[in-house]
Design a protein around this ligand. Sequence first.
Ligand SMILES: *[C@@H]1O[C@H](CO)[C@@H](O)[C@H](O)[C@H]1NC(C)=O
Ligand SMILES: *[C@@H]1O[C@H](CO)[C@@H](O)[C@H](O)[C@H]1NC(C)=O
Ligand SMILES: *[C@@H]1O[C@H](CO)[C@@H](O)[C@H](O)[C@H]1NC(C)=O
Ligand SMILES: *[C@@H]1O[C@H](CO)[C@@H](O)[C@H](O)[C@H]1NC(C)=O
Ligand SMILES: *[C@@H]1O[C@H](CO)[C@@H](O)[C@H](O)[C@H]1NC(C)=O
Ligand SMILES: *[C@@H]1O[C@H](CO)[C@@H](O)[C@H](O)[C@H]1NC(C)=O
Ligand SMILES: *[C@@H]1O[C@H](CO)[C@@H](O)[C@H](O)[C@H]1NC(C)=O
Ligand SMILES: *[C@@H]1O[C@H](CO)[C@@H](O)[C@H](O)[C@H]1NC(C)=O
Ligand SMILES: *[C@@H]1O[C@H](CO)[C@@H](O)[C@H](O)[C@H]1NC(C)=O
Ligand SMILES: *[C@@H]1O[C@H](CO)[C@@H](O)[C@H](O)[C@H]1NC(C)=O
Ligand SMILES: *[C@@H]1O[C@H](CO)[C@@H](O)[C@H](O)[C@H]1NC(C)=O
Ligand SMILES: *[C@@H]1O[C@H](CO)[C@@H](O)[C@H](O)[C@H]1NC(C)=O
Length: 804
Amino acid sequence: MLSSLLSVAALLSPAFAVTQAANTTILGPYGYVPPVYPSPNTTGIGWEGALAKAKAFVAELTLEEKSTMVTGYPGPCVGNIIAIERLGFPGLCLQDGPLAIRVADYASVFPAGVSTAASFDRELMYERGLMMGAEFKAKGAHIALAPVAGPLGRSAYAGRNWEGFSPDPYLTGVAMEETITGMQSNGLQATAKHWVAYEQETQRNPTYSDTIGFDLLQESVSSNLDDRTMHELYMWPFANAVRAGVASVMCSYNRINGTYACENSKSLNGLLKEELGFQGYIQSDWGGVHSGLSSIEGGLDMNMPGGLGQYGMYLAPLSYFGDNVTIAVNNGSLDVSRLDDMVTRIMTPYYFLGQDTDYPTVDPSGADLNTFSPRSTWVTNFTLTGPSSRDVRANHSSLIRKLGAASAVLLKNTNNALPLKAPKSIAVFGNDASEDTQGFYNQVNWEYGTIPVGGGSGTGRLTYLVTPLEAIKRKAAETGALVQQVLNNTLIASQTSSGGSDTFVTSALLIPALPDVCLVFLKTYAEEGADRTSLDSDWNGNEVVESVASFCNNTVVITHSSGINNLPFASNPNVTAILAAHYPGQESGNAVVDILYGDVNPSAKLPYTIANSVDEYNGLPTTAVNSTDPYAWQAWFEEKLEIDYRYFDAQNMDVLYEFGFGLSYTTFKLADLAIEPLSSDSISATAAPATTIPGGNPGLWEDLYNVTVTLSNTGSLAGAEVPQLYLTFPASTPEGTPPKQLRGFEKVYLEAGASSSVSFSLMRRDLSYWDIISQDWVVPSGAFNVSVGFSSRDLKVAGSLTVL
Ligand SMILES: *[C@@H]1O[C@H](CO)[C@@H](O)[C@H](O)[C@H]1NC(C)=O
Ligand SMILES: *[C@@H]1O[C@H](CO)[C@@H](O)[C@H](O)[C@H]1NC(C)=O
Ligand SMILES: *[C@@H]1O[C@H](CO)[C@@H](O)[C@H](O)[C@H]1NC(C)=O
Ligand SMILES: *[C@@H]1O[C@H](CO)[C@@H](O)[C@H](O)[C@H]1NC(C)=O
Ligand SMILES: *[C@@H]1O[C@H](CO)[C@@H](O)[C@H](O)[C@H]1NC(C)=O
Ligand SMILES: *[C@@H]1O[C@H](CO)[C@@H](O)[C@H](O)[C@H]1NC(C)=O
Ligand SMILES: *[C@@H]1O[C@H](CO)[C@@H](O)[C@H](O)[C@H]1NC(C)=O
Ligand SMILES: *[C@@H]1O[C@H](CO)[C@@H](O)[C@H](O)[C@H]1NC(C)=O
Ligand SMILES: *[C@@H]1O[C@H](CO)[C@@H](O)[C@H](O)[C@H]1NC(C)=O
Ligand SMILES: *[C@@H]1O[C@H](CO)[C@@H](O)[C@H](O)[C@H]1NC(C)=O
Ligand SMILES: *[C@@H]1O[C@H](CO)[C@@H](O)[C@H](O)[C@H]1NC(C)=O
Ligand SMILES: *[C@@H]1O[C@H](CO)[C@@H](O)[C@H](O)[C@H]1NC(C)=O
C-alpha cells in the first residue's frame, strides 16, 4: 500500500494507460504461467452460516450495487467500500498496517514484524495481534491490512522485510497464524499480504513516461521462480494464514513468471483458491491492478483503492472494476456468477466475524488524518458519526514494552558487560539515542532522533515515544549516576581521524574520567518503495562505534534497525556487548533499559543470519537494468530454496551470527531427546485425498511425531530460552533440499535451577517436500535427522526418525 498522495504520484501512474500489461511468453525454466480457469466459487467450508447470509445479501443486490462492492472509492479510510443503505450495509473501512492502525490518533505503535519474529514467542505474537486488532476495531476499521509474509526476506536489502517476520517460512508461518488469530478474535478482518514472491521494492511498479497519457515504459519486476520454491518458501506462511481463517489476501505489485500478481491465474485461482482452499476475497495492493476482465477471471475479487488516475489523483470512475464490471456483464463478456462469487467472498467473513451487528463507526478523526484520500477527493457521501479522536490504547503499552524487551537480541556480551551493575558514570552516544527534532510522522531517515519503527504504509503514528536517553536517565537517577551524551554522529565519527581519543574525551565529551560504560545507539531506516542500498548502519554508524571504542574499553552497541546489519566492530575487544533491538515501537527506551539493567533477561533470537562480510549475501535485488526493453526487469530466483541460513549451510560458509542465535544472562542445557510416533500406522508418502479445507488437504496438518527434550536453566538467574528443532531430510529427498530446516520452536521461561519438558509436534507438512511431478507434498523415505538446539548452528541433542 502506498503511504501518501505524494508517493502515488511518484511511484504509480494511471492504470488506464495499460491495456494488457502481462507478457505471458514462456520465458524459460522459471517463467511460465500455467493458465488456471475458471476462478473457483467459495464453498464456505468452515463458514457455512455466514456463507448463507452472504448469499442472501447478494441475492438482494442490483448489478450496479454488485459492481460497487468490488471496487474502492475515495473516503475516510485508506480503502473504502461504499455503503448500500437500503440493505443496512454500512460499507467497509480498510486501514493500514502491520504494526499499528496508521491513519489514526491516540492509537498504539507496536513492535514491528521483525521484532515480533525475534521474540520467538507464540504467546506474545498472539497478544500483539489481539491488542492491535482491538485498536483497529475500536477505530471502526473492518479490515486491517496486516500481517505480512511477503516479502519473506529473500534479500537482506529488501525495503519491507521488517514489516514481515523472517526469511524462515516456518517461523513466519507461526507468526502469521498467531497474529491473524489474535486480530480476528476481536471481530476484525485480517489481510495476509503481499501474495506472492514480492521480494524487492526496486521496480515493484511499472514505469511510465511523464508526459500526458503516461505511456508505459517498463513493466514491474517479474519474480521468476520454480514451483517447489514457491511451495516450500513463499507460499508456506500463507498456508498458515489461510488455515487460521484469514478473511482476505492482498495480491502484490510484482509480476510472477511474467504476469502481474493480481491477474496471475495460476497463483490466485490455482494456488490460493484451489490448492489452499482460501474462502475469503483477494484484494489488490493499491494500484496493483492492470486489467479488468483478465484480473477478474484470474481470481482478483476486489480492486483497491479503486481507480488510481492521472497525476496520482485518486479517481474512482477510472477503476477497471466498478462501472466496467456492469458493462462487461451487460455485454456478455463476464458471467454474473463470477461477480456474485466476488461479492459473496467479500461478505462471508463480514458475517462470520459478526461485523453486521454493533460494529463501531469509523472515527471521524481518521478522515482528517487521511492524506491518501482527503475529503476533497470524495465523490460519494460518507456520514461519520460517533466520538472523534477516540483513545483506543487501553493498557497495551505494557505488552509493547514486554515484547520490545523480549525481541532485543543479545549478540555479544564479554566481560559480563551486561547487565549493567549500577554504573556511576554513563556516556550515551549517537543520534539514535534521543528525541527527534522534526516531528515523527512521514519523515524519511531523519538525522536526530531514535527510530522506533520503519516508514511508509507500514509505519504507525506515535502518540508518544519513550526514547533510550530518557529511559536511561530515569533509571540512572535511581542510583544518582552521572549521565552525559554526545548525539552528533558527524562530530563523534570525525574524532577518530582528526584528534584521537584525547581530543574526544576532553573537548567533546567533557567527561573527567573514563565512563564506566559507553552506550552507542545506531539506527538503520527502511521503508517501502525503496530497497536498502547498504547494510551498514546509517549516519556513519560504524565510524561512531570505532571512535567511541578507541577510548572506551566498555562500549555497548545497541542497534535499532530494519534487519540485517554489517557489524564490522563485532570483533573489537572494546565493544563488549551488542544488542540488536530492531524496531521496538513506542516503548523503545523502556524496553532497552529493561535489558541493559537486567530487569528482563534477554531471550530473543536472530530471525535471520548475519554474514561475516557484506559480499557474502545472495538473492540480491535486481537493480540497474541496463535496457529500455519493457520486459527487462526480471528477478530470477535461481538460489531456489537457498535463502538465509539454508544458503549459508548448503555452502558450508562461516557466518558472524547465525539464524536462531541470541545470548542470555543465564545458561541452559538440553537433554533427553525422545521421538515418538503419534500413531502405530505406517506413514503413507502422501496425505489421503480429502475435501480441501482452508490450508489445503487436512492431512497435511495432522501431527505425526512428538519430539520431547528436557530444558534446564543451569545458571543463577531466571530467564527464557528458545529450544529450536531442525530437521535434516533423508538422502532420498530430491536435490536442492536445504541441509536443515526449522520445524519447531518454543519459548520457555525457567527459574534458576529449574527444568522443564518441552515438546514439539511434527505434522505431515513438516516432513514433506513439494513434488513438482505429482503436484503433492511427499514424505520421503529414509532417516530424518532431528536436532534440537539454541540456534541453527548450536545443536545440542540429536536423534532420528525413519519413514519406510
Ligand atoms: C473502465 O476502465 C477504464 C480503465 O481504467 C477507464 O478508463 C474507464 O473510464 C472505465 N470505464 C468506466 C465506465 O468506468
Ligand atoms: C514478451 O517478452 C519477451 C521476452 O522479453 C519478448 O521477446 C516479447 O516480445 C514480449 N512479448 C510481447 C507480446 O510484448
Ligand atoms: C512459474 O514457472 C514455473 C516453471 O515453468 C512453473 O512450474 C510454475 O507453476 C509457475 N508459477 C506461476 C505462479 O506462474
Ligand atoms: C459458481 O456457482 C454458480 C451458481 O451456482 C454457477 O453457475 C457457476 O458455474 C459456478 N462457477 C464455478 C467456477 O464453478
Ligand atoms: C464488454 O465490456 C468490457 C468492459 O468495458 C470491455 O472490456 C469489453 O471489450 C466489452 N466487450 C464487448 C464484446 O463489447
Ligand atoms: C450528498 O448528500 C447531499 C445532501 O444529502 C446531497 O445533496 C448530495 O447530492 C450527495 N452527494 C452525493 C455525491 O451523493
Ligand atoms: C489489560 O487489560 C485487559 C482487559 O482489562 C486485562 O485482561 C489484561 O490482563 C490487562 N493486561 C495487562 C498486561 O495489564
Ligand atoms: C554536528 O557536528 C558537525 C561536525 O562538527 C557540525 O558541522 C554540525 O553542525 C553539528 N550538528 C549539529 C546539529 O550540531
Ligand atoms: C581500547 O580502549 C583502550 C582504553 O581503555 C585504548 O587504549 C585501546 O586503544 C582501545 N582498543 C581499541 C582496539 O580500540
Ligand atoms: C578498562 O580499562 C580500565 C582502566 O584501564 C580497567 O580498569 C578495566 O578493567 C578495563 N575494562 C575492561 C572491560 O577491559
Ligand atoms: C549498458 O549498455 C550499453 C549498451 O549495450 C553499454 O555500452 C554499457 O556499458 C552498459 N552499461 C552498464 C552499466 O552495464
Ligand atoms: C508429547 O509428549 C509430551 C511429553 O510426554 C506430552 O506431554 C505431550 O502431550 C505429547 N504431545 C502429544 C501431541 O502427544
